[in-house]
Design a protein around this ligand. Structure first.
Ligand SMILES: NC(=O)C1=CN([C@@H]2O[C@H](COP(=O)(O)OP(=O)(O)OC[C@H]3O[C@@H](n4cnc5c(N)ncnc54)[C@H](O)[C@@H]3O)[C@@H](O)[C@H]2O)C=CC1
Ligand SMILES: O=C(O)C1=N[C@H](C(=O)O)C[C@H](O)C1
Length: 266
């Protein structure tokens, strides 16, 4: 059995992960951490009766007391890096969906996981459809290098652009090589109207509205034609098969794997 602790347990993703881990036959939910809701049983968080796992606020304490194999983290950009380092120091393997980490934080985590010879999976998007969208976008960019990305999320999201959009831009930029797009003489009448500018002039536009979950469109423009590749997560269940896969696989990894594609398409 894989012993799992969930951090960010009261959040939108945390609650879904609690339920998924609870229902997995090869996993046991041994702890749940959040800075709110301390002392309450986690079962009601996903509409179940009490299950005997209590929410706690102190990650160090939970790791020391419960000795898990894996920590699943869906928290916030400001705390995620420290949570990962704490887990690694307790010899617990992190599976991380939280976005918004800096590249410096990512490098520090890579170094620590390597030094401790522990697996760690960090994935900006655990939905298989989103991973395929990124893969197809990389393929399309080789033939239609003009591209803009529109990502659309619920209005409680803290980071912009989304981790998925950044990952898409990275992959597309790598596939295009030295290609640059955009008009140097362009004027923005309202600052930000053209979105954020990534390497090579790839524009990323972030939409935040109630009613949305997680969506992205990658639009390519060519001679007399456009191609749109779109993915929609219409519920947070979409991320759960990817999270389960990562929990199972991280047990056999050494070092950081960044992106679910590295587990899906080896
Ligand atoms: N990789 C993926 O597939 C996905 C990633 N995400 C990312 O996951 C993160 C969480 O998203 P949501 O669940 O929508 O956010 P949320 O705001 O609903 O949940 C975050 C939770 O973390 C808790 N928290 C804050 N600081 C903490 C700490 N130090 N220790 C423990 N818990 C702490 C908050 O109290 C809150 O309950 C975001 O970065 C989001 O972008 C979201 C969906 C899918
Ligand atoms: O905050 C979210 O909701 C999501 N965040 C991730 C991101 O930033 O890409 C993944 C997914 O888009 C949902």
């Amino acid at each position: 059995m894989i012993r799992v602790v969930v951090t960010g347990a009261c959040g939108r993703m945390g609650r879904e992960v609690l339920k998924t881990v609870w229902q997995a036959e090869d996993m046991v939910l041994v702890g749940a951490v959040d800075v709110r809701g301390e002392g309450q049983d986690v079962g009601p968080l996903w509409g179940a009766p009490e299950v005997g796992v209590t929410l706690q606020g102190d990650l160090e304490k939970v790791l020391a007391e419960t000795r898990p194999d894996v920590m699943v983290d869906f928290t916030t950009p400001d705390v995620v890096a420290e949570n990962i380092k704490t887990a690694l120091r307790h010899r617990v393997r992190p599976v991380v969906g939280t976005t918004g980490m800096s590249s410096r934080e990512l490098e520090e985590i890579r170094a620590l996981a390597e030094e401790l010879k522990l697996g760690c999976v960090i994935a900006p998007n655990f939905a298989i459809g989103a991973v395929l969208m990124i893969r197809f976008a990389a393929e399309a960019a080789r033939y239609l290098p003009h591209v803009e990305i529109i990502e659309l999320h619920h209005d409680q999201k803290l980071d912009a652009p989304s981790g998925t959009a950044i990952k898409t831009a990275e992959v597309v930029a790598a596939a295009r090589g030295d290609f640059r797009q955009g008009l140097p003489t362009e004027v923005e009448k309202i600052p930000g109207a053209r979105g954020g500018s990534f390497d090579g002039g790839i524009r990323i536009h972030s939409v935040r509205l109630p009613g949305l979950v997680a969506h992205q469109e990658v639009i390519f423009g060519g001679l007399g034609q456009t191609l749109s590749i779109r993915h929609d997560s219409i519920s947070r269940e979409s991320f759960m098969p990817g999270v389960l896969l990562a929990i199972r696989r991280v047990m056999h990894l050494e070092g950081v794997v960044y992106g679910l594609e590295n587990l899906l398409f080896e």
